[in-house]
Design a protein around this ligand. Structure first.
Ligand code: PMP
Length: 398
């Protein structure tokens, strides 16, 4: 049986590793090559350390940070944990955190855990477009606030928060500011220095790098209390470095030779998709359309249709998207992001996320649109168009 081609549109979940990344990692995995411990003072160890420091220069350059401000971690979850716990520990006596209701679970679940330990957390609301009102941030700050933690861009909707302005407000109040920039890096212009934040998290696998490696940028002058104690990473993150992955991370950021061009490409794909969808189903809702958004993310509400069935039907046609309701496997929990934006459970469960990468091209969208239209008609029990009709169209009145 011939399998349909696979069009991968779930790049906010993870991206495929660039071939150059794998090639650069291989010498650090092979038995006869650079397997030494980078902390070893032998010549073999020094060679490996040099590669690690070269990757640090690449990653810090891409993030607009100084090399010494970059701490390599196992990914954004660890970076988020390190930053949040560090800010609490550095702000002795202060036991209040401000974050938003739409953060990634690696922030929200940690905050819930901290609440059980007596920390108070304020979860800032968002509006129906997923936007944050900076006045609510100003009002939430208290004498005992240790940290403001806000994401740069939302993983489900792509909606961008005003990070620089929020960081300025926190700084004015003498409060640490952490930004989870995991989805933003490589998908918009991110600069640690220009954003003027204290901590910034990101991960390799959202930008065609390997999984299990990330970075935490820590503002110069902050003595980072480590999550893992040990001498590596200048005492800021113990544990023998995942050298191959760090080298791969460095190579991944080096592939962004033309970020503005890449962002234009992503926006072209997304706009082509959203315009095509508009022609097929004018009443489909693009979540966050009224907000500033990442150029690669379309989160679509399909009236009251069953998102899980739609996802499954698309997958059978070789199209991989994601439930907007990033359900934990089997739990059928509606997305906390779309729920916080004010949508009903039915609306949330009818939403799918399509997220593009540089590996997608316009023909992918042209392949997707008529299939999506056909599946939508079928799910709404409407007749399929004749062969002469280029694209099926779903009436919103039905
Ligand atoms: N924050 C955000 C916004 C994310 O999208 C993700 C990954 N889905 C993470 C944190 C966690 O990243 P990692 O998988 O590297 O731990």
């Amino acid at each position: 049986m011939k399998m349909p081609m696979t069009i991968y549109l779930d790049n906010n979940s993870t991206t495929a590793m660039a071939p150059q990344v794998l090639d650069s990692m291989m010498p650090f995995l092979k038995m006869e090559q650079h397997f030494a411990n980078p902390s070893s003072s032998s010549m073999l160890g020094r060679q490996v350390r040099n590669a690690l420091e070269k990757a640090r220069i690449s990653v810090s350059g891409f993030l607009g940070a100084r090399p010494a401000e970059v701490v390599f971690t196992s990914g954004a979850t660890e970076s988020n944990h390190t930053a949040i716990l560090a800010a609490l520990s550095l702000s002795r006596g202060k036991r209040h955190i401000v974050t938003s209701a739409v953060e990634h679970p690696s922030v929200l679940l940690l905050c819930q855990h901290l609440e059980r330990l007596g920390v108070e957390v304020t979860y800032l609301p968002v509006d129906t477009e997923g936007r944050l009102d900076l006045d609510t941030l100003r009002q939430a700050l208290r004498e005992d606030t240790a940290l403001v933690s806000l994401m740069w861009a939302n993983n489900e909707t792509g909606v961008i928060f005003p990070v620089r302005e929020a960081a300025e407000i926190a700084r004015g109040a003498g409060v640490y500011f952490h930004c989870d920039a995991t989805q933003a890096v490589g998908r918009t212009h991110v600069s640690f220095a220009a954003a003027d934040v204290d901590f910034l998290s990101c991960t390799g696998h959202k930008l065609h790098g390997p999984k299990g490696v990330g970075a935490l940028c820590v503002r110069k002058g902050i003595e980072l209390p480590p999550l893992f104690h040990g001498h590596q990473e200048r005492g800021r993150r113990g544990g023998t470095e995942n050298v191959a992955a760090i080298v791969g991370f460095g190579t991944a950021v080096e592939q962004f030779s033309d970020l503005p061009g890449e962002l234009r490409h992503l926006a072209q794909l997304r706009d082509h998709f959203e315009r095509g969808l508009q022609a097929i189903m004018p009443c489909a809702r693009v979540h966050g359309q009224g907000a500033e958004r990442l150029p690669n993310t379309s989160n679509i509400g399909f009236l009251a249709l069953d998102g899980e069935e739609l996802l499954f039907r698309l997958e059978q046609e070789g199209i991989v998207a994601a439930l907007g309701a990033a359900c934990a496997a089997g739990s059928n929990q509606p997305s906390h992001v779309l729920t916080a934006m004010g949508f009903s459970r039915t609306a949330v469960l009818s939403s799918l996320r399509f997220s593009f990468s540089r590996l997608n091209q316009l023909p992918d969208v042209d392949y997707l649109l008529p299939i999506l239209g056909g599946v939508l008609l079928d799910m709404m029990h409407l007749p399929q168009p004749s062969m002469a009709t280029a694209n099926p169209s779903v009436s919103c009145l039905s």
